[in-house]
Write a protein that binds this ligand. Structure first.
Ligand code: GLC
Length: 713
């Protein structure tokens, strides 16, 4: 070879890597992590075909694609999710990571190698993994009023999601539930926008961390925008019939705080606002959310919500995308979506500017997550799932979520040494029940093999090994003499519209169980497991103490920590607690607001009411075939049979003229019995007022005027 060619060859061989670098720099700026996110977004957008852009805007469920994953490559699918009921039989952490990585591998075989983003509902810990740490549902976290703790719980959740490689969590739910008939009441923090703002932002902070690039940080998704908790009669996915000022006052502030916290995505809601479905509302999704509030992340529609906009899917897509939906949670019909979108773009019914805006929003988050550099699961994180450290934080969340509603002197805390404790109830030893919905499956389940955790009974036995703790779900004990009887009852798991209900009375079998156990003449401590306040007037009189434990999750020993007084109760109600179904909806600030227990109520000390302080009225009930009224107080009372007393009883708002004889109830010196000459019926509205008279507690404190109080029939 002559000198010239040799020279050329050498020079060229030097130039090639340089050229390659320049070319790489020039050719694929979007693959250069040193380039700014905006540069990378603009660069890749320029390179994308319409098909690739449309692909980025769709999200399919893994069950729709797992048998033909190459369609991820073929249709440039930008996102995969596993919906609540998308069964994934082997739900170990490593298998979830295998599924994630499999899906991702097909996305990386596309021409531009744009990674997909995988979303999941991890709404009280990573509730999809067997053995994950499960926290109290948001209603309980709302009662903690502890934003730092809520952030910590979300941080742990982010770590236990990251172990699977999944990058996106459809949380926080910042619904502001205004009607506890709603089956999703427990997914919200409580009935005020303040809780949605403060605790929603805390959860976003915990999930997203300081920079999304951190391998354990997860893209958050504030949901469901907007007004999901305000539907008439609490109907899930119903119609929120409110003037805009109320939407803006109650349901919007959570999103303002979420945007301030740089939430990466927001999920549009199924519900309508005054008849207009939010998923198709340009006003709410673009004019308000994006333009007025400046949201720069992306908006994802809810599960098949676009299909429900109208009768024609192509029209639905046109409406939803032009309204401001950036990513469509299909979750199955990706061919229909693909073909319809191609036509809509060709027919210019969706402007390319809208497509480019949506794709840019999605890609920006993928670049910020570092997905192009680290698209696969970091297996080293697996060991963190369900760790003792994580469970300890969840246990603290349980403790701080409990609300002590009632406590008669001496009923709590439970003694440990040498105590005999009877435990009864369907929810005392049932991990599934205490976790509620969104637990391994969409609707949750029953039993202790549902995942790894500690039931309330197990927690009690661990906390007091020297106590004799006997359990009978039905409350049947050969020897009923004990220091205490603890009854754990409540709601069975439900999710979404399965939990919509017009009957929130504590189930009759639970009421009968509590009455039965009360007859054993031990102090009765009732622990309620529920996704909302329940109508409990029927048990008030038979309970010496009542704790609202909500849906505590996997760490039931947080309940025993408080029962035994190792920790004091600190929880404050995040929902108003109604006396009856007729009072619902009832929210703080309502006119004539008179719930059984107010928003923000909670007894935060175990101290018995000090001696010689006035006894407090706790509950009343009509007994003795309608001729007796029992009044129970928080401490023992002196015999009143010789006392001159002045009580007034009304029947249907009219005072009744009857002689009233008073006495102490046999076997229960905290209860005064009013014996009447007139018979009252269960149909009557009955109240009692105590004006004056020589009625004292046994430690000599005068009973003060109280009432009128409702008499429970
Ligand atoms: C459900 C819920 C939503 C959830 C989504 C994906 O229908 O409305 O909260 O994130 O589908 O499972």
């Amino acid at each position: 070879m002559d000198k010239f060619h040799l020279l050329f060859q050498n020079v060229f061989s030097l130039l090639t890597p340089l050229a390659a670098t320049i070319m790489t720099e020039k050719k694929e700026k979007y693959l250069n992590p040193k380039a700014s996110v905006n540069q990378r977004v603009n660069d890749v957008l320029e390179r994308m075909t319409v098909e690739e852009k449309i692909g980025q805007m769709m999200q399919v469920d893994h069950t729709a694609i797992q048998n033909n994953p190459s369609d991820i490559t073929k249709y440039f699918i930008g996102s995969v999710l596993s919906g609540g009921d998308s069964e994934y039989l082997d739900n170990s952490t490593s298998n979830w990571a295998n599924l994630h990585n499999l899906m991702q591998s097909y996305a990386l075989q596309t021409r531009l190698k744009i990674p997909l983003i995988y979303g999941i509902d991890a709404v009280h810990g990573n509730n999809n993994i067997y053995g994950a740490t499960l926290f109290p549902h948001n209603i309980g976290l709302g009662c903690t009023r502890n934003a730092k703790l809520v952030e910590k719980a979300a941080r742990i959740t982010a770590e236990e999601i990251s172990a699977t490689g999944i990058e996106w969590d459809f949380a926080p739910c910042i619904a502001v539930p205004r009607n506890i008939r709603w089956g999703r009441n427990y997914e919200g923090f409580g009935e005020t926008q303040a809780l949605a703002q403060i605790l929603g932002a805390a959860q976003i902070k915990g999930l997203q961390g300081k920079s999304l690039k951190d391998p354990t940080n997860i893209l958050a998704c504030a949901k469901h925008f907007v007004g999901d908790g305000g539907t008439t009669n609490g109907i899930d996915r119903g119609n929120t019939e409110e003037i805009e000022a109320v939407i803006r006052k109650i349901h919007l502030p959570g999103y303002i705080s979420a945007i301030h916290e740089n939430v990466g995505s927001i999920m549009a809601s199924f519900n309508s606002i005054n008849g207009e479905k939010v998923t198709g509302s340009k006003y709410w999704l673009t004019d308000v959310l994006k333009n007025e509030l400046g949201f720069d992340g992306f908006v994802v529609s809810d599960w098949g919500a676009v299909d429900l906009l109208g009768d024609d899917y192509k029209d639905d897509l046109e409406m939803a995308i032009n309204a401001g939906i950036d990513m469509v949670m299909l979750p199955f019909r990706y061919l229909d979506y693909y073909n319809a979108m191609m036509s809509l773009v060709e027919e210019k019914k969706i402007p390319m500017s809208r497509i480019d805006d949506a794709v840019s929003r999605i890609l920006r988050k993928k670049f910020e997550l570092g997905l192009f550099e680290k698209p696969f699961a970091d297996r080293a994180l697996e060991k963190e799932v369900g760790s003792p450290e994580h469970r300890a934080i969840a246990r603290q969340c349980v403790r701080e979520s409990l609300v002590l509603l009632k406590k008669k002197n001496g009923s709590l805390p439970l003694k440990k040494n040498g105590a005999r404790i009877l435990v009864a109830g369907t929810h005392a030893d049932n991990l599934g029940y205490q976790c509620g919905g969104w637990t391994l499956t969409w609707q949750g389940g029953s039993g202790n093999d549902i995942t790894v955790g500690t039931t309330i009974l197990e927690g009690m036995r661990k906390a007091a090994p020297e106590a004799q703790i006997d359990f009978s779900e039905t409350g049947d004990f050969t020897d009923t003499k004990a220091d205490y009887s603890v009854v754990v009852v409540g709601e069975k798991p439900y999710t979404e519209w399965y939990g919509d209900s017009n009957d929130l009375n504590l189930p009759d079998d639970a009421v009968e169980l509590i009455k039965k156990v009360k007859n054993y003449n031990n102090p009765v401590i009732v622990v309620l497991i529920s996704g909302r306040p329940l109508i409990i007037e029927k048990i008030l009189h038979y309970s010496d103490a009542i704790i609202a434990a909500w849906l505590p999750g996997s760490e039931g020993d947080g309940v025993s920590d408080v029962l035994f007084g190792d920790y004091s109760p600190v929880g404050l109600l995040s929902n108003s607690w109604p006396k009856s179904m007729e009072q619902i909806p009832i929210n703080i600030g309502d006119d004539n607001y008179a719930p059984l227990y107010e928003y923000g109520y909670g007894i935060t000390s175990f101290k018995d009411s000090p001696t010689r302080t006035a006894p407090n009225f706790l509950s009343s009930i009509l007994t003795g075939a309608g001729k007796k009224i029992e009044l129970t107080f928080d401490k023992p009372m002196k015999d009143t049979s010789s006392a001159k007393t002045h009580f007034v009883i009304t029947k249907n708002n009219e005072p009744i003229r009857t002689e009233i004889r008073t006495s102490l109830k046999p076997n229960d010196d905290t209860t005064i019995v009013l014996d009447l000459d007139e018979e009252l019926s269960k149909q009557d509205e009955i109240t009692v007022t105590f004006y004056f008279g020589n009625v004292e507690s046994s430690d000599g404190a005068q009973l003060e005027t109280f009432g009128p109080v409702d008499v429970v029939k």
